[in-house]
Write a protein that binds this ligand. Structure first.
Ligand SMILES: [Zn+2]
Length: 192
């Protein structure tokens, strides 16, 4: 069977013209491939730059990884349970997460106090998960800081007017207490 007209005899798919267009575009791509940005991660085999084509983040999919998006922002992406090698993938994933955690712990332990402070602040503002939850936490932190600010400011000394008002309030409270006490224990003569 010839390639030309494999699907629809006389059609575009598989025609000599389509093959020519495809070939030209591949040749063009190959001519510019070396100009595309490359992944700069150190490769395992010899520590040299990886050289695979880079994604927008400057790393190839193997080294830059694909970070969970949306509600799973920065959360591990688990293999699909129907994948034929789901268990092996899950195993690899868990091991990789363990390795990354150990590496991170080592890096954090070696930090200077200022670096550690910056790191903790970043961690606080970059919790994995949905954007809405992060937004909410950010707003909570902001209002808590504002309240802290307000509370920490020294209170101004009360003015003469305020002192006079406080005295009047104390008097009224005393009046009220007296009246309440009298009503609780009424004069026995009232029932005579
Ligand atoms: Zn790479």
């Amino acid at each position: 069977m010839s390639r030309a007209g494999a699907n629809t005899p006389g059609g575009w798919r598989g025609s000599a013209a389509q093959i020519a267009v495809g070939r030209a575009s591949i040749i063009k791509w190959n001519r510019t491939r070396h100009l595309q940005p490359k992944c700069g991660a150190a490769r395992k085999r010899d520590g040299e730059p990886c050289q695979n084509l880079a994604m927008a983040n400057g790393r190839c999919p193997r080294h830059g990884g694909k970070t969970g998006k949306g509600n799973n922002w920065h959360r591990p992406v688990w293999p699909h349970r129907d994948a034929p090698d789901a268990m092996a993938k899950l195993d690899r994933k868990l091991k990789a997460l363990d390795r990354a955690a150990a590496k991170r712990a080592k890096r954090v332990a070696a930090m200077s106090p200022e670096q550690r402070q910056r790191y903790d602040a970043w961690q606080k503002t970059h919790q994995p998960g949905p954007a809405a939850a992060r937004q909410r936490k950010r707003a909570d932190r902001k209002s808590a800081a504002e309240i802290r600010d307000l509370v920490s400011q020294p209170r101004p000394a009360p003015s003469a007017e305020v002192l006079e008002l406080e005295r009047l309030i104390a008097d009224r409270k005393a009046d009220l207490a007296r009246v309440t006490a009298e009503n609780e224990y009424p004069d026995p003569g009232a029932f005579g």
